[in-house]
Ligand binder design. Structure first.
Ligand code: FAD
Length: 391
């Protein structure tokens, strides 16, 4: 762009300077501001904007090249700043994922796998019961990719005398399985327990799975789900927000990205982006897959970041319990900087109760930056970059 050519017009008409945002906005590439000034002030305003660090995109004749908000003046001596346009940069076409298998086995015709192992994921002193269960899929056609779920039909009959209905579980292994042979699937299951009328109730399927012995047959359906699939882009940034067993799909993503065996096995996928895991648990012994994540941190410090919220041990800045949304709020600058990049995807998984807290944190962080999370979130969703699976 050339200011002099604009100045040469020599009249006192209104001029518009369009700049890329310079105010520390988290969307530097996406936010533009327009300043409408009388021709006489063009040079001084231009100089002021340059000194402030703005990138001048265009100087044009007239009051604006886009809509001017109601009430804004184009006259007078002060430059008029036209409302910034805050949009997520050109939405990406949602990847088709057409080749991802779904519903290979339906509830009426489940596949019968066999339990290989069932081990606690918790350390001494943890609250509750969370197990890693691996099943053999040999002899069937059940193929899946990271981010999908499978259905489990527990043994026995429901109170109505009919077979139990299926329960869905996020797959915690990669497509190659934990043994890298491609004939297993693993789950991360928390036993549901609650009190009703003074009686302890055990969840039907989660208890069935946490108690299941190696060698036992297990009825499996699916795979299902395309909401939580990883982008194929090896340079994508992946922000993961997990609470409790919501870690299951993230564990699969991180293995795909960083596990040495996986990296050898993966054809055409060598992750080079940034992966950032936010993990929420009540106590340190409740951290899941901690050793794996620590090994990725050692091997790939430039590509993996791991932020924990341990609610009963850490305090937030108000002195209350540290939940995942407090960590999100603390890291809002960096999160928003990453979101401004088209290649960044966000994944949220865990109990449904985590959603309002995350929304609240994102709303406040967005507002601090002059953005509206209510507008931004659907844009990210439409662009296929905001992935949520809560239950
Ligand atoms: C897409 C998806 C992925 C999932 N992934 C996982 C996963 O990776 N790991 C995992 O552990 N779970 C996961 N789940 C949850 C899982 O499907 C089951 O819902 C969970 O294991 C409980 O099933 P259950 O048979 O043990 O409980 P059920 O016997 O079915 O009992 C559940 C019912 O108990 C009642 N109930 C529950 N809590 C209380 C309470 N506090 N007070 C009173 N009543 C209550 C409610 O009516 C509830 O519907 C996922 C769910 C979905 C939809």
């Amino acid at each position: 762009m050339n200011v002099l050519s604009a100045a040469n017009s020599g009249s006192s008409q209104m001029m518009t300077i369009t700049v890329q945002d310079f105010s520390g906005s988290p969307f530097p590439a996406a936010v533009t501001r327009r300043f409408v000034v009388p021709f006489e002030q063009l040079q001084s305003t231009y100089g002021r904007l340059m000194r402030s660090g703005a990138k001048i995109l265009e100087v044009s004749n007239g009051s604006a090249s886009g809509p001017t908000p109601a009430g804004s003046s184009t006259g007078g001596s002060a430059p008029t700043q036209v409302q910034p346009t805050t949009t997520v940069k050109t939405p990406r076409k949602k990847a088709a994922h057409a080749d991802v298998p779904v519903n290979t086995y339906k509830p009426k015709n489940p596949f019968t796998g066999k339990v290989i192992s069932n081990e606690s994921l918790l350390k001494e002193g943890a609250i509750g019961r969370v197990n890693h269960i691996t099943m053999d899929l040999s002899g069937g056609d059940l193929r899946y990719v990271e981010g999908q779920s499978i259905g489990i039909i527990p043994d026995g009959l429901a109170d109505n005398g009919k077979p139990h209905k299926i329960r869905l579980y996020s797959i915690a292994s990669t497509r190659h399985g934990d043994n890298l042979v491609g004939n297993t699937v693993s789950l991360c299951v928390r036993q549901l327990q609650y009190e009703k009328d003074g009686e302890l109730i055990n969840g039907v399927c989660s208890t069935y799975l946490c108690d299941i012995e190696p060698g036992a047959p297990v009825k499996i359906t699916g795979p299902v789900g395309k909401e939580m699939l990883l982008p194929e882009d090896e340079e994508a940034n992946v922000i993961m927000l997990a609470t409790g067993t919501g870690i299951a799909p993230m564990r699969a993503y991180l293995r795909r990205m960083f596990d040495p065996g996986e990296r050898t096995k993966n054809q055409g996928y060598g992750f080079r982006g940034k992966a950032w895991l936010f993990m929420g648990v009540p106590t340190t012994p409740n951290l899941l897959y901690e050793e794996e994540f620590q090994s990725y941190l050692s091997a790939y410090p430039e590509h993996f970041r791991y932020t924990k919220a341990i609610s009963r041990e850490q305090k937030n800045k108000e002195g209350g319990r540290m939940y995942i949304q407090h960590r999100v709020a603390e890291c809002a600058d960096e999160i928003f900087e990453l979101i401004s990049m088209e290649s960044t995807h966000l994944y949220m998984c865990g109990l449904r109760g985590m959603e309002p807290g995350i929304d609240e944190a994102m709303t406040a962080a967005a507002a601090d930056r002059g953005l509206d999370w209510k507008t931004l979130r659907p844009q990210l969703k439409k662009a296929g970059r905001w992935h949520v699976e809560t239950y």
